[in-house]
Design a protein around this ligand. Structure first.
Ligand SMILES: Nc1ncnc2c1ncn2[C@@H]1O[C@H](COP(=O)(O)OP(=O)(O)OP(=O)(O)O)[C@@H](O)[C@H]1O
Length: 224
């Protein structure tokens, strides 16, 4: 059996709620392996985005650990972990509107200090992999379709050559065909490039195409 690239052990996350406290994750333990696509599903408010934020080093658990290749990400340092090991694609995509598709990727590589490769060449390879042609690469996000923007955001997430790719509702605003293409992209990245892909979704189509589905209910995890 492969060792997990990402492991959550007894993760609890408590948020303040007025003058009370609310326990959103109540001891979540799970392993994520390379080469597999995982979906995290569950009712609204069950803690899916919270789980993704913890897995992505954007937030820290109240107790429990998130570890990457056996090391607690708190010891790696959340910023270093986010820079080198994991990438998150958000619903809002956060593409920069004044940069072209290519520049959105090369700027991310500059910011995170990717060395040893030509940023332009790597951006072209990734956009090629994700089916964005040369004309569209020179376009700004506003001139691309929702599905194309989604693909540029995924290419940017991959530009820093991370092992773990996290995505929050990546097909939420897409039609069924485009959603299907995005899912295929995730499956290819996992099965052919060995990435570990974790997707938070309400979509039965995405869940059905995943290798494993994790169900969150009231802050607890189950498999069904
Ligand atoms: N920073 C925060 N401070 C206080 N409460 C928070 C914070 N982040 C999330 N919560 C609360 O935690 C609960 C779970 O939120 P979360 O976004 O993880 O749910 P979700 O399963 O992703 O929901 P949805 O499917 O609607 O996106 C919600 O009640 C939310 O209000």
């Amino acid at each position: 059996m492969t060792a997990p690239v990402l492991r959550l052990t007894d993760v609890v996350r408590v948020f303040p709620s007025g003058n009370k406290k609310r326990t959103v994750l109540k001891g979540v333990t799970c392993d994520f392996e390379e080469g597999r696509v995982y979906s995290v599903v569950g009712p609204s408010g069950s803690g899916k985005t919270t789980l993704l934020a913890l897995a992505g080093g954007l937030d820290a658990p109240t107790s429990g650990t998130v570890s990457f290749r056996g090391r607690d990400v708190a010891d790696i340092g959340l910023a270093a972990y986010r820079n080198k090991n994991v990438a998150t694609v958000f619903q809002s995509l956060n593409l920069l509107g004044y940069l072209t598709a290519t520049q959105n990727i090369t700027s991310a590589m500059e910011i995170t200090g990717v060395r040893g490769v030509s940023h332009k060449r790597r951006a072209a390879e990734l956009l090629d992999l994700l089916g964005i042609d040369e004309t569209d690469r020179r376009r700004r996000p506003a001139r691309l379709s929702g599905g194309q923007q989604q693909r540029v955001a995924i290419a940017r997430a991959l530009a820093c050559d991370v092992d773990v790719l996290l995505a929050d509702e990546p097909t939420g605003s897409l039609d069924q065909d485009t959603a299907g293409e995005i899912i295929e992209t995730f499956r290819r990245l996992a099965h052919e490039e060995g990435k570990c892909v974790v997707i938070v979704t309400h979509s039965p189509q995405v869940a059905a195409a995943s290798d494993e589905v994790l169900h969150l209910r009231r802050g607890k995890l189950g498999r069904r």
